[in-house]
Every structure is written in C-alpha cells, then in structure tokens.
Write a protein that binds this ligand. Structure first.
Ligand SMILES: [Zn+2]
Length: 272
C-alpha cells in the first residue's frame, strides 16, 4: 500500500514540569495522603514533542513546541508549568535542521491544539505564509479564552503573531490532509483537540494523540486530571481511540510520555 508517507521524524522540544494532578487523578500513591487529607504536590517531568511527516506530496509539521522566551513571556503560568530543560537545539527551526529542513520547506503546520507548549514556536511560520491547520473549534475557543482574560494555557504571545496568518481551520469530524494522513476531532482536553492518524508506506499506523492523552496511564485509568476539559467527549473519544489502536501494526505516539524517547527514536532517526 503506497500512501505516500515515507518517513516520520519525532522532534524534541525540551522538557516541562507540572504537578501530577494535572495529568492523572488520584494516583495510587496518593491514597494514603488523601486519607489524611494531606495531598502534597507530586511533580512530574514530561517531554514536549512534535513530528515531521515526510509525504511525497509535502512536508507536514505537527506542533511547534513552546515559545523560546517562555520564562519571560508566560507570566504566572511559568510557575505552574516551567520548562525545566530547554536550549537552542529545542527550537523548532533547529529541530527541522536535524533532518535537513528549513522552515520554508514545511508545507503544512498542523496543531493538535493551540496550548502554549504546542503553538509557541509557530510565529516563525507566519511571515512564510505556511498554511496553519487547526480544528475551527480550537481556534475559536483559544481566542474566546484570551478575550475573556483567561490567559494561561492559551497565550496571547503565541497567537498574536498569527493574526491574519494563512489559517486553514477545518470543521466536522475529520479531514484527510493528504493520503494516509487523517486529522480526527476528539475534544475532551480542549474543544478542538485532534488526533492525527498516519499510515506509512510500509503499512504501519502511528496515531499522534496530542494532549488528548498526556500520559500512558490515562489509557488504563480512562481518566485525566485537572486538564480534563469535557468528560463526556473524553470518554467517548478515548474508547474510539482504543478501538483504532486495536488494528494491526498500530502504534500510539503520546506527545508527553516521559518514556517516549525509550520507545521511539528522535530525529534525525526516523519511523517508517
Ligand atoms: Zn501539551
């Protein structure tokens, strides 16, 4: 089966830290503390990641990482989600360089959603007029939150440079971006969260969960912590994701999985 998907490269946008409660509710280790009504913060470090899909019809970038000046520009959000490992090599343009690409070589930027650790590097694509693809619900909700003054996970500093950029919002349940690359609305975390299903020329399927799934434990527990947006969407889409994952030769790429780099190679190595 020739879908046109030649290679997939996983990008390393650094590491972020946060309280475990954002990701997983009541892990077993808290039970005793909860019984004593003493819940202490439990910090977890997670990678921030993206991907490049090399397709015969174009180069697709999934997510862009955090703003390189995050510590200065995120305000109070930095205290909640500090980027604990980040250097120049984690900038999107330098991750692209690892695989011999320049930002102008990217034909499509796809956002799993528009939170600060996914849309923060996108400003470099605005002057290049690179098509920016997001679910319409996500763009609308991000701007709505900012308009209400709910600045945190959505950062004006990320979205302001993208005002009037080459946006291509899609609506409905799914979009085939290119043969073998499907964008599927799941919601749950944010209203316009999508997952991306990629079928390679070799017959493997990789499903990029974005932050619909933050950590692998979610799959078993079927629960998300404080970052849960809509419980009904979450559970329904989670069962749908699990169903898709049962197909042969299908692998999940969970963007913030702390063990991601043990499971899959980083760019310049490729998945096929
Ligand atoms: Zn994220």
């Amino acid at each position: 089966m020739d879908t046109g998907v030649k290679k997939i490269y996983l990008l390393d946008y650094g590491w972020l830290a946060g309280d475990m409660g954002f990701f997983i509710p009541d892990p077993a280790t808290w039970t005793e503390k909860l019984q004593n009504r003493m819940r202490l913060p439990e910090w977890v470090e997670i990678p921030v990641t993206g991907a490049v899909i090399e397709h015969k019809d174009g180069i697709v970038l999934i997510d862009t990482g955090s703003n390189p000046e995050a510590q200065k520009v995120w305000g109070a959000t930095w205290e909640v989600f500090p980027m604990v490992k980040y250097s120049d090599e984690n900038r999107v343009e330098n991750q692209l360089k690892l695989i011999g690409l320049k930002p102008e070589d990217v034909n499509f930027v796809v956002f799993t959603h528009l939170h600060l650790d996914h849309a923060g590097g996108a400003y470099i694509f605005a002057p290049l007029k690179t098509p920016l693809i997001t679910h319409k619900k996500e763009l609308v909700y991000a701007l709505y939150m900012i308009w209400l003054g709910k600045v945190g996970a959505y950062q004006p500093v990320d979205l302001e440079p993208l005002r009037g950029a080459s946006w291509y919002p899609f609506d409905g349940e799914s979009l085939e971006l290119l043969p073998g690359i499907d964008l599927i609305l799941v919601g749950g975390h944010t209203p316009g969260s999508i997952i991306i299903r990629v079928v390679t020329n070799t017959g493997n399927t990789y499903i990029f969960t974005g932050d619909f799934i933050h950590l692998p434990q979610e799959l078993e527990r079927e629960a998300k912590g404080w970052l849960l947006g809509n419980a009904d969407e979450y559970l329904t889409s989670l069962r749908k994701l699990k169903m898709l994952a049962k197909r042969p030769n299908t692998y999940l790429v969970i963007s913030h999985d702390p063990k991601l780099w043990e499971k899959y190679p980083k760019a310049p190595k490729a998945l096929e």
